[in-house]
Design a binder for this molecule. Structure first.
Ligand code: ZN
Length: 879
């Protein structure tokens, strides 16, 4: 598998239709933790009329084959061929009944794919290709069939036996055993199969759909977590209601299950009627979960529920089309969160995430279009590009067609494709046909990788009272694609006068002025737009609501940015202007630092931040977002050659400078927000806590912070405030930080989710001592290299969110991390590959660091029997 890049690649263009239909799949499980017997019976019907026989080709991996029979005849090993993950039965008759029996070993399955053990229960993860680790089957999303699942197990060890669909029958057996049968009436691909068996407690509620279906809602967790399910249940009910109101989509079965597990590679999985969740996205109680956790739960519960239509009822033809279900469903969950919380704040967080994670991916060794053309290991393509950029492209349909047009397109999409496995082209066609528009050129977004750049220049003609904007687009060449085309880029603009007032807009060809935001659609390499009756040179408010996944270049003066920060009606533009100004100032200080010059705090930045902090009208959560300086990784992306230490020093210097100048105002705002009222889960209170804790983080840059953090920690009745205080004390090296950490540990050591936070706040601390701390923490009883949440919380955070630690000049961070990647590859290749991607940006650093990182990549690449997952990442990075 080692240099398997071209040899093992799978190409989108090679798609062929599976020649068989499978009418029904009957599965029987004799459940045991050590070994489970799986029997399958399926009826094959050859598609078309031409042929009398056809090979049956199935996928399987790590299966111990017990027996195989076709049309009642037991097959001997000469009747079929197994090669790699493929089993071929040659020349099967047009109608064939296949029966298989295999054994699998859940307790020894550390890859957490297929059937595996988590604590005291067994569960499955099948997307993308885990079903082949359970039984032989055409494991591809375009083979859809109905499933009937019978499970048999010891009743005391496995009292709960769940699968997809409705429970059909159940009964007792001899020797304390029992059985349960589930039937899912909706045909589905194998990746949506799920099974759960074990000793779990449950919380139950119900929801009546708009057309009167009474749906039982159950959340299964381990007994001790029963008091942490309320928010997840409330989020589920909100999601069900929202999808009816906004998308006219109802739930279609009588039961909906959510099961929470501590051992999960991803966030959650949308298996039909049996969602399986990483417990991080289910469990919450105010003392144990932060506001961000609460918001994350709402978003992910919604996301998986929304998949019931966008993903399950209409699924993907093959895995190249992953963004068909993910981009669309992320867009839907973003809209859900925006409708539940603050639309503006949600928008800003989405943009920060896209720019912080997806732009570097587009610019790195794994760049790919939202619909890739090639992969080695599909698990490596559950990326920010497929998900977050994919969602932004769905949002562009919405921007171009409007809510009503978009919903017309969705309606037609379901009318045409319910029950089918389709492609992104089918989605685009539904949107185009429902609205009578041509979207062919828009379709380039699916095939072109890279982040387009839009360069904006302007000209004001005072005599003619005309203001002209010139937009030029250009997509830089990426690792995977040499030639680029022009794209359709919706581009919303507004114009402000010097007083910050919004100007009415009239383009040259329009008869009247109307509105103060105009949606321009850039399609060519360069286009000009002239606004008339503009009485003074305006400040352009560019790219309102962040209308496309592009980088905008315009040479803003600080005075213009200050106007936008203070007055713009568009929350994204306000926030972005503050970010731009802060970025300019920090990068300037970084250059001064590199040249041995003294750093300075910029007066316009001080004024702008004073303005933000003094604003009592705006949503405090928005002000908090505006006050958060661009993070070190984002700043690094703006530099030709990354200056790790310079960025850290400059950002710290600016934060300190702002804090000491604004200390009185910060203290005042902090005091007013820290009002001693008991915790509430409302979005208003979350917003106030967000701004309060941003103020605290600035105050901690001065001598005024420590006492406040200590007092906040003592008085806190919720995890948001607790964590903000402890984190702050650690960052400023407060003498009480260690005591606070150990008190926290004593209180929460049995609580695996809270301990993740304890690991994270230690791994994220900048500076040379952290690597040793991380090494020590790996020996802590609460840590396990086998648990993905622990790996992400400690090792992932150190490598990806602690630039000065990971990029230490002596290379110690790199060596440590490469050791972990190699160790993880033997246990869980998916997680190992995620961790390996920390090296993806190695070419952007100075020569000594480049050399050190390259050596580690080569060391990983040379490991014997390296998984395809890790091999694809490191070999791409090295190319
Ligand atoms: Zn999803």
């Amino acid at each position: 598998m080692k240099d398997g890049l071209s040899a093992n690649s799978i190409y989108r263009k090679d798609y062929t239709v599976y020649p068989w239909d499978i009418d029904q799949l009957d599965l029987y499980f004799d459940i045991g933790s050590e070994s489970t017997v799986v029997r399958a019976e399926m009826e094959f019907h050859l598609k078309g009329e031409e042929k009398e026989t056809q090979d049956i080709v199935l996928n399987g991996s790590n299966l111990q084959l017990v027996s195989l029979s076709l049309n009642g005849h037991l097959l001997s090993s000469s009747d079929y061929a197994i090669s790699g993950e493929t089993l071929t039965i040659p020349h099967a008759p047009r109608k064939s009944v296949l029966k298989t029996e295999v054994k699998v070993y859940p307790a020894g399955n550390s890859a957490l794919e297929g059937l595996y053990l988590s604590g005291a229960f067994l569960l499955t993860q099948c997307e993308a290709q885990g079903f082949r680790k359970i039984t032989w089957f055409p494991d591809r999303p375009d083979v859809m069939t109905t499933y009937r699942v019978t499970m048999e197990a010891d009743r005391s060890e496995f009292p709960v036996l769940l699968s997809n669909g409705n429970q059909e029958a159940a009964g007792d057996l001899a020797d304390g055993r029992h059985w349960v049968r589930w039937q899912d009436p909706f045909p589905k691909p194998s990746y949506l199969f799920a099974l759960v068996a074990g000793d779990l407690a449950l919380v139950e509620d119900n929801f009546v759909t708009r057309s009167g279906r009474d749906v039982v809602l159950r959340i299964y967790v381990e007994e001790e977590n029963l008091d942490r399910c309320e928010h997840a249940m409330e989020s589920l009910i909100n999601a069900m209601r929202w999808d009816e109101e906004r998308f006219n989509l109802e739930y279609d079965l009588d039961i909906y299950h959510i099961v929470a597990t501590n051992d999960f590679n991803m966030g959650a999985m949308e298996n039909k009627s049996l969602n399986i969740f990483n417990s991080k996205y289910v469990l919450a109680r105010p003392d144990a979960a932060t506001d961000a956790d609460y918001q994350g739960i709402e978003g992910v519960i919604g996301h998986e529920y929304f998949h019931n239509w966008t993903g399950n009822r209409v699924t993907c033809r093959d895995w190249f089309e992953l963004t068909l279900k993910e981009g669309l469903t992320v867009f839907r969950d973003e809209e859900f969160s925006a409708d539940m919380q603050s639309r503006a704040v949600k928008r800003i967080r989405v943009v920060r995430d896209l720019r912080g994670r997806q732009f570097p991916e587009d610019d790195g060794p794994m760049s790919h279009p939202i619909r890739p053309d090639r992969y080695v290991e599909i698990n490596n393509f559950y990326t920010a590009t497929v998900y977050q950029k994919g969602a932004t492209i769905i949002r562009m349909y919405h921007t171009l067609l409007g809510e009503a047009g978009f919903q017309k397109g969705m309606k037609l999409y379901f009318e045409r494709h319910d029950g089918q496995a389709v492609t992104c082209d089918d989605f685009l066609a539904a949107m185009a046909d429902a609205n009578g528009v041509d979207l062919e050129r828009f379709g380039r977004w699916y095939s072109q990788s890279g982040t387009p750049q839009v360069h904006v220049s302007d000209h004001y003609d005072a005599a003619a009272q005309k203001y002209t904007l010139t937009l030029k687009q250009h997509t830089p060449v990426t690792h995977d694609q040499q030639t680029k085309q022009s794209l359709v880029i919706p581009f919303a603009v507004g114009l402000l006068n010097a007083k910050g007032e919004e100007l009415p807009l009239q383009l040259e060809n329009e008869t009247d002025a109307s509105g103060s935001t105009r949606l321009l659609v850039l399609e060519k390499a360069q286009q000009e737009y002239t606004f008339i009756n503009i009485a003074e040179a305006p400040v352009p408010s560019l790219f309102r609501d962040y209308s496309a996944p592009v980088k905008i270049f315009y040479d803003y003066s600080h005075a213009q940015l200050a106007t936008l920060i203070a007055y713009d009606s568009d929350a994204y533009v306000r926030w972005d202007a503050a970010q731009r100004m802060a970025q300019d100032v920090i990068l300037e200080q970084c250059r001064r630092h590199a040249n041995g010059k003294e750093m300075k705090v910029d007066s316009s930045l001080l004024r702008a931040f004073r303005g933000i902090l003094s604003d009592h009208q705006a949503d405090p959560a928005l002000l908090a977002e505006a006050m958060i300086l661009p993070d070190e990784d984002y700043l690094a992306e703006q530099m030709e050659v990354v200056d790790v230490d310079g960025i850290h020093a400059a950002r710290k210097f600016i934060k300190q400078g702002l804090a000491s100048d604004l200390v009185a105002l910060l203290a005042e705002r902090y005091a007013e927000l820290n009002d001693g009222q008991p915790y509430q889960k409302t979005s208003g209170d979350m917003a106030r806590r967000a701004l309060k804790n941003v103020c605290l983080s600035y105050l901690l840059e001065t001598s005024a912070g420590e006492s406040r953090a200590i007092a906040q920690l003592e008085a806190s009745d919720n995890m948001t405030d607790t964590l903000a205080a402890i984190n702050g004390l650690i960052l400023v090296d407060s003498p009480i930080a260690d005591g606070a950490l150990s008190e926290f540990e004593t209180r929460w050591r049995e609580d695996t989710l809270v301990m993740d936070k304890w690991f994270t706040i230690q791994a994220i601390k900048p500076g040379p001592g952290t690597l040793n701390r991380v090494r020590e923490l790996m020996q802590h009883p609460a840590f396990s290299i086998q648990n993905p949440n622990k790996v992400r919380a400690l090792i992932g955070v150190f490598a990806m969110l602690n630039p000065t630690g990971f990029h230490a000049a002596d290379g110690s961070g790199y060596t440590f991390h490469a050791d972990r990647v190699i160790e993880l590859d033997g246990l869980n290749p998916q997680i190992a590959a995620r961790m390996a991607s920390a090296f993806n940006r190695w070419k952007r650093y100075d020569d000594p660091r480049k050399k050190l990182m390259k050596a580690q990549l080569q060391r990983i690449a040379a490991v014997d029997n390296l998984s395809g997952d890790v091999s694809e990442i490191v070999n791409n990075a090295l190319r």
